[in-house]
Write a protein that binds this ligand. Structure first.
Ligand code: VGL
Ligand code: ZN
Length: 193
């Protein structure tokens, strides 16, 4: 069991229309994690622990798009429907938004890259970060790696992540890599308030 305590924060990655099944870059099973993540969010909110909610927030000419030399279809263009949270994912007003990969030239899978996340975590006295959302093999992986490298303890929400799986085992390998680098895996039933 893991007791959440002062110094803990939750980060929910990229729950956006374009990353859900039917979206421009739909993650298989991505919709299945929404109710689970909402439970984690409720738990942290009830304790008044910070909840960060990230969004991939690209300009229309982002370098990750195929037509600009990248590997992805156009997705999560800032201000469009695809970049919004889905209607069945109500984000509370107290959640702290993080926008990432907002400039044309730079890809940034990690929520730490080019954002104020680390400063906000340090200012709030956070020592342990719980990370879930989409996608296991990109944003979740890179956010967890950067969090560990910055000296935070990191817990990965195993029941709250899904992978793109360009190669079928990318998600599994990403979890292995996160654990190898020091992340701890947790499930909802492991947490006690
Ligand atoms: C992501 C692919 C493209 C992610 C972002 O946040 O996991 N994946 N852009
Ligand atoms: Zn992207």
């Amino acid at each position: 069991m893991i007791t959440i305590q002062p110094g803990d924060a939750l980060l929910v990655s990229d729950i956006q229309n374009d990353f859900l099944p039917g979206g421009a870059l739909g993650v298989p099973g991505g919709d299945e994690v929404l109710p689970v993540l909402l439970r984690y969010m409720g738990l942290f909110e009830s304790k008044k622990y910070p909840v960060f909610v990230t969004r991939d927030w690209h300009p229309p000419n982002h370098c990750s798009f195929r037509e600009h030399g990248g590997i992805w279809p156009v997705h999560c263009v800032a201000g469009t429907h695809g970049a919004e949270h889905p209607p069945n994912f109500p984000v509370s007003a107290s959640a702290l938004p993080i926008h990432k990969a907002t400039t044309p030239e730079a890809e940034a899978y990690s929520a730490f890259e080019g954002t104020s996340l680390e400063t906000q975590l340090r200012n709030a006295g956070i020592r342990r970060l719980f990370v879930g959302g989409l996608a296991t093999d990109y944003c979740v992986l890179n956010t967890v790696k950067d969090g560990l490298a910055a000296g935070f303890n990191v817990c990965v929400l195993l029941d709250g992540i899904r992978a793109v799986n360009l190669r079928p085992d990318d998600g599994e390998k990403a979890v292995e890599e996160m654990v190898h680098k020091g992340a701890v895996t947790v499930r909802l039933e492991d947490l006690v308030g």
